[in-house]
Design a protein around this ligand. Structure first.
Ligand code: F6R
Length: 604
């Protein structure tokens, strides 16, 4: 939610900041702005719309500057509400990500000061300027950072000095220094072009850079003391964040899934050995008697799939919770519960809050995450990383399937360690898992067929997704993918629930997407298909190769290769991702930046 990019160095910072903001646009794209410190003052440029549409800005020969790409929280989308914000004397400028919760209390420091915007951010430069009557700029920022309540990351500059100062509490921020250049950003990806090492700023910390002296200080504004930090290496390649020949990042990421799954597998499995003992110590593995999974959105769907695996293979009770609900309902967490937090970004505010709530119970917390150094990884006892590479399309695809893979490996590992599966069963499951990337390739080759289906149904306004067992969460995921990028209203249900309500919606204008593979519910799902057809509904089915019965019932069938039922979600989700993509593209939607959404939801 909102991207921040700031620079101080030998280059003219205009282009550097615009380039940085473009790479952060996935975090918010309703408006953008920059404040650039020149020899004579600060030049402010703000606009509504996407920063990617900015070709270049006229250079003002600035060496220090801050930039922001916004996802509106407080105040509508307007030039006035877009960042950077400033105080009434236009001395201090601030860009901010997050939400300040104690504005009413803070306004008491500056009675009579008039606010020009509807944002919570404006209070920050005003307060800094207020305290600068008694202290210098860095001291004033320290004082203000300690007064703010809520989740935030902000960067500030001062018209009369050459400092670049950032503070963090709950919203992500990283800093990097390379030669005489200094960068602050909401994520690592935007720094790849400049350096392979970064400083991770923790909650309650500030970074204070002074260009002239090239001095860099880290400061804990809660404990009120300097902290020592070393830059850490990170492993990202520039190809990871480029679209290549694909029309959208989402399409690239859908097609990348076989290779990302292979990488994730190879990272954890060697000669049929699952290397999870570092992350889950044998003492924990033996002691746990319950697993609680917390996540949001697509990551929550991955958790739901894993509930089937963990319960059937490990025979352990599992609950899968929306992190946002879990946190506020006083969960009962007993001593031997394991918390698993799933998050692509590692920065989702609700999941972070759920982890913090669980911490109070002193129980182990394992995270499954795609971004090293992210907040969730640092709050967890251990992390199993998905090797999906940076996911830039707002709709999650490759992160989802790599989460599934790690969760399946986790279920196998726990089952093996707790004596629920024999080594030869583990080997059999792993062999099937290893074959999945090649089977996904075969589904990906069905672009033409999927485009034909898309041509007939892209104009619908409603859609239903049904599946059973381990494919019920895939029905939810299919509906989520379609609605978020094409704006078609879509609902996912367990197929048997259709009769308890959704069947009322069926008519000749509404397609129902069925996942109907040869599993124990196959016959029952075929009956559901007949019930839809009897009401003139349109049926699009995902079914196993050579299923002749389904061809006589459904309007369209997308065939997928056979695999063991447990692993079928890896294959059933692919055509649903592709259909959502091609339908949204045909409807002319902005697929990588769907309206109102942001990749990383860092506000609750
Ligand atoms: C949907 C999607 C979102 C995320 C959710 C959680 O395509 O991407 O539903 O899954 O916002 O994000 P992470 O996994 O980063 O915690």
């Amino acid at each position: 939610m909102c991207g921040i990019f700031a620079y101080a160095g030998k280059k003219d910072c205009t282009d550097v900041i615009i380039k940085g903001l473009k790479s952060l646009e996935y975090r918010g794209y309703d408006s953008w702005g920059v404040a650039l410190k020149t020899g004579t003052g600060i030049t402010l440029e703000k606009n509504v719309g996407k920063v990617s549409q900015v070709e270049s800005l006229e250079s003002v020969n600035a060496r220090v500057g801050i930039g922001h790409t916004r996802w509106a929280t407080h105040g509508n989308v307007s030039v006035l509400n877009s960042h950077p914000h400033t105080d009434s004397s236009k001395r201090v400028y601030v860009v901010h990500n997050g939400i300040i919760e104690n504005i009413a209390e803070l306004k008491k420091y500056i009675p009579g000061d008039l606010f020009y915007s509807e944002t919570d951010t404006e209070i920050i430069p005003k307060l800094i300027a207020h305290f600068m009557a008694e202290m210098d700029f860095p001291e004033a920022v320290k004082t203000v950072a300690a007064l703010l309540k809520g989740n935030f990351a902000f960067v500030s500059i001062d018209r009369d000095s050459d400092y670049l100062i950032a503070a963090r509490n709950g919203s992500p921020i990283v800093a990097a220094k390379s030669g005489g250049e200094f960068f602050i950003s909401s994520d690592l990806q935007s720094l790849i072009a400049y350096t392979k090492k970064a400083f991770f700023i923790n909650d309650g910390e500030m970074v204070i850079y002074q260009l002239d002296k090239q001095s860099l200080v880290f400061y804990d504004f809660i404990e009120k003391r300097e902290v020592h930090k070393t830059a850490q290496s990170y492993d990202l390649q520039s190809g990871d964040i480029e679209k290549g020949n694909y029309k959208h990042f989402m399409l690239k990421e859908i097609f990348e899934q076989p290779v990302r799954l292979e990488n994730t597998y190879l990272n954890y499995v060697d000669d049929f050995d699952i290397a999870f003992s570092e992350m889950l110590k044998p003492t924990i593995v033996q002691k746990i008697n319950r697993i609680v999974i917390i996540a949001c959105g697509t990551s929550w769907h991955a958790g739901l799939v894993s509930e089937y695996w963990l319960e059937s293979l490990v025979n352990i009770p599992v609950e899968v919770e929306y992190a946002s609900e879990f946190r506020y309902r006083n969960p009962v967490l007993t001593e031997n519960t394991l918390i698993i937090a799933i998050s692509q970004s590692g920065e989702t505010a609700d999941t972070i809050a759920g982890i913090k709530e669980s911490r109070k119970f002193g129980i182990p917390i394992l995270s499954i995450c795609n971004v090293s150094g992210s907040t969730i990884t640092r709050l967890s006892d251990a992390t199993v990383f998905t090797k999906a590479g940076p996911e830039i399309g707002v709709a999650s695809t490759k992160a989802f399937t790599t989460q599934l893979e790690v969760l399946f490996l986790l279920a196998l590992y726990l089952a093996q360690q707790r004596g629920k599966l024999r080594h030869k069963d583990i080997i059999n499951y792993l062999k099937n898992l290893k074959d999945i990337p090649e089977k996904i390739e075969r589904v990906l080759s069905k672009t033409d067929q999927i485009s034909t289906i898309m041509e007939s149904h892209y104009a619908v306004t409603n859609a239903l997704f049904l599946g059973r067992g381990v494919n019920y969460p895939i029905a939810l995921e299919g509906a989520l993918k379609l609605k978020e990028i094409s704006y078609i209203h879509a609902e996912g249900y367990p197929a048997a629930e259709m009769k308890h309500g959704p069947i009322a919606l069926i008519d000749r204008n509404m397609p129902t997407f069925f996942i109907c593979i040869r599993d124990q519910s196959y016959e029952k799902v075929l009956s559901n298909i007949q019930e839809v057809k009897a009401r003139d509904g349109i049926v699009i089915a995902v079914a196993n190769d050579n299923d002749e019965r389904i061809t006589t019932l459904a309007d369209h069938v997308i065939f997928i290769p056979e695999t063991i039922v447990e692993l079928s979600p890896f294959l059933t989700v692919i055509p649903l991702q592709m259909l959502a993509y091609y339908i949204a593209d045909k409807r002319g939607c902005d697929i990588d930046k769907p309206r109102n959404l942001a990749k990383s939801v860092t506000v609750e």
